[in-house]
Design a protein around this ligand. Structure first.
Ligand code: SF4
Length: 372
């Protein structure tokens, strides 16, 4: 029986002698083991090799400006080239009459489509990431998806038995439409999706610590219903308000910086379910909405573990955030001193603080309370 490696080597040979596109005669056929491991869980698909990049190096996305950007983005988000497979919708560099890079035509993409399909079938990645509109349209020829880059960027979509994430191309031209800062967040999103898939259905042990559970209970109860996304932000705002006004944390909740702001590790949904028996979770798994059952609304045992001082802060935060959408709440959180300080460090020192703990202690002295 032919192994994946043999099959791939055969495909590379086929591509090496391919003459389907006349204007690619002088270009390298960029498909080899340099694309990445054949069992990679994730496949990145670009448009076509660049003249100064893959056409010269024969390593996809390597050697030119787009390649440098791509490799920087991978490094920033903790993705290792040794774990990913990288290819292009057209495997050869299309040049215009002056010898400069050009966009592959629809016919050229169509010509190369069977090779792309074979690569996807062979590698069988759990996640396919398309870089730019040409790549996104190219995978639609393999299985339709109805997506476009501007509205579908940084979203996770079921496609062809796997997840499809459309991103912008990392070349300089695309940076006009999608800044490097936004592209960094896009790649962090990809890493997050990959980690989620790799974690699989790992059993979650433990439950939310009682003080954090009590705070979550108080917030859900006061709000009536709240998105899981918002709950993390509200707990963060309450804790920061406590630090900046009474000088100590209410619960010892632990926050880390994620793509969409602070994430409280104690609020892992499986743990929270165990801690709050009255918790009702509804809505799509990508955007769960939390409520308490009638029994839970009148349950005072968990609320009573919060002192009046804490309940006053909860009420202040609830009042100041009433009517805010999740996006507006996120903005409010980003305006808080800890987040502004962290974003400044990322910007000025070019640090990757993704998944870094968010500490209030270092900020306590210079705290100016958030506007509530
Ligand atoms: S772009 Fe694809 S189809 Fe066209 S010549 Fe190169 S390998 Fe063949």
């Amino acid at each position: 029986m032919m192994t994946n490696s043999h099959h791939f080597d055969e495909l590379c040979s086929k591509v090496r002698f391919c003459t389907r596109c006349p204007r690619m005669d002088e270009s390298a056929r960029v498909l080899s083991r340099a694309a990445g491991p054949l069992n990679a869980p994730i496949m990145f698909i670009g448009e076509a090799p660049g003249r100064l990049g893959a056409d010269a190096s024969e390593i996809p996305f390597h050697g030119d400006k787009a390649g440098h950007n791509f490799e920087d983005l991978l490094e920033f988000s903790g993705l290792d080239r040794s774990r990913i497979f990288v290819t292009n919708a057209a495997l050869c560099n299309p040049k215009d009459i002056d010898g400069n890079n050009s966009t592959p035509t629809k016919v050229e993409i169509q010509n190369c489509s069977s090779y792309l399909r074979e690569q996807i079938e062979l590698v069988n990645p759990k996640i396919v990431v398309t870089l730019g509109a040409v790549a996104l349209n190219a995978v639609a020829q393999i299985a339709p998806h109805g997506l476009d880059v501007s509205t579908g960027v940084r979203t996770s979509n079921n496609w062809n038995g796997r997840i499809l994430i459309p991103l912008y191309h990392p070349g300089s031209r695309a940076m006009i439409h999608r800044s490097m800062a936004n592209q960094r967040s896009d790649y962090q999103f990809v890493t997050e999706q990959l980690n989620r898939i790799s974690a699989g259905r790992r059993r979650v042990t433990g439950h939310t610590r009682s003080k954090v559970a009590a705070l979550a209970h108080a917030l859900i109860s006061a709000k009536g219903s709240v998105s899981y996304f918002a709950l993390h932000k509200l707990v963060f705002l309450v804790e920061w308000q406590a630090w900046s006004t009474v000088g100590h944390s209410l619960t010892n909740a632990f926050f880390i910086r994620q793509k969409d702001g602070p994430y409280c590790t104690d609020l892992h949904l499986a743990k929270l379910r165990k801690a709050l028996s009255a918790l009702i979770v509804e809505g799509p798994s990508t955007h769960p909405i939390l409520q308490l059952s009638q029994r839970g609304l009148f349950e005072t045992a968990q609320q009573s573990t919060l002192p009046q001082e804490a309940l006053d802060i909860v009420n202040r935060i609830v009042l100041s955030t009433n009517g805010l959408t999740d996006a507006e709440l996120k903005t409010k959180v980003y305006m808080s001193t800890p987040m502004r300080s962290l974003l400044r460090a990322e910007r000025t020192q070019l640090l990757n603080l993704y998944n870094a703990p968010i500490s209030f202690e270092t900020l306590q002295n210079k705290a100016s309370a958030i506007t509530t």
